[in-house]
Design a protein around this ligand. Structure first.
Ligand SMILES: [Zn+2]
Length: 307
């Protein structure tokens, strides 16, 4: 029986239909995420209207979710208070699962992606912020409720301001936002350098910084490595706390590949205690890219419906 997997981000949301045991969606539909939580359930139903009859719907949301009730507690730009699973079930009559998007992505990578075959899989998504999900024996581990809010571990309280209001959180130092900041600073400090040149009249972004580094620009490579090194410092904390079998990296920054993950692995190894006597934790990029959340949401829908 088919299910629908929905990935609901702060700006856009999209959905795919997954037949049988498939992890490959058919045509994917997309639309803007509404600005109010009250409109979210009806917007999802409207978006998925053309995907045909299904047994269940799974939704991964970039926000805090009460997994037991499927209530959306908080989401950037939207806030909270939406009884998302209840509203979706009333509108569709289907089995519904609602969870955090990083948990959904982690489930997809652990069961069928880069974490497959490992018992304990930690997924770290690096985009605008940093999020995480932990899967043990094929099941999402939630701690008391919200395990995985790893972006705000404090690494340098004298560091840059974070979206949460504090300073020097992991995501303030090592996310796509940090890469954007490093690129802008480099372009301003060196207007004749490769980063400023590639950016042209636009402000330099992390994507430009990665391209400049790939083109052999030394200053760009160094700036990229500094951000990546902070990312590795946070990974070392993850290893110290969880000691997972594998760490899978997802999110937009993962597409930078080894130019980012290389220095990150080195910084991680240098900061993990006993690194000379323990085998290094594998740090790999995800298999499913930006579709991991949607695929994981579909798996959660199957679990919820027992299909
Ligand atoms: Zn923070």
């Amino acid at each position: 029986m088919a299910v629908i997997g929905v990935d609901c981000g702060g700006t856009n949301m999209r959905a795919g239909r997954f037949d049988g045991d498939s992890i490959d969606p058919g045509p994917v539909v997309e639309r803007q995420t509404p600005r109010s939580g009250d409109d979210l359930a009806s917007a999802i139903v409207a978006m998925c209207g053309g995907l045909g009859s299904v047994a269940a719907v799974g939704v991964g949301v970039a926000g805090l979710v009460d997994h037991r009730t499927g209530d959306l507690l908080w989401m950037p730009h939207i806030g909270g208070g939406a009884r998302l699973a209840t509203s979706l079930a009333e509108l569709t009559g289907l089995a519904v699962s609602v969870d955090n998007d990083a948990n959904a992505a982690a489930l997809a990578e652990a069961r069928h992606g880069s974490g497959a075959g490992h018992r304990m899989v930690l997924m770290v998504t690096v985009g605008t912020g940093i999020g995480g999900g932990l899967v043990i024996d094929g099941k999402v581990e939630r701690g008391r409720s919200h395990l995985g809010e790893i972006g705000h571990i404090p690494l340098d309280r004298g560091g840059p301001r974070c979206s949460c209001g504090l300073r020097g959180c992991w995501e303030a130092l090592a996310s796509g936002t940090a890469l954007d900041r490093a690129a802008a600073e480099l372009a301003e400090a060196d207007p004749s350098g490769a980063t400023a040149h590639l950016a042209g009249p636009e402000s330099a972004t992390g994507r430009v910084l990665v391209a400049a580094a790939a083109g052999g620009d030394r200053a760009a490579s160094q700036a990229l490595a500094r951000v990546a090194s902070w990312f590795g410092s946070g990974l070392a904390v993850m290893v110290s706390v969880f000691d997972p079998d594998v760490i899978v990296i997802g999110g937009g920054v993962a597409s930078a590949g080894d130019s980012f993950l290389g220095p990150a692995r080195e910084a991680m190894a240098a900061a993990v205690s006993g690194s000379g006597v323990r085998s290094p934790t594998p740090v790999v990029t995800g298999r499913f890219g930006d579709r991991a959340g949607m695929i994981g949401a579909a798996m959660m829908a199957r679990d919820a419906a027992g299909v």
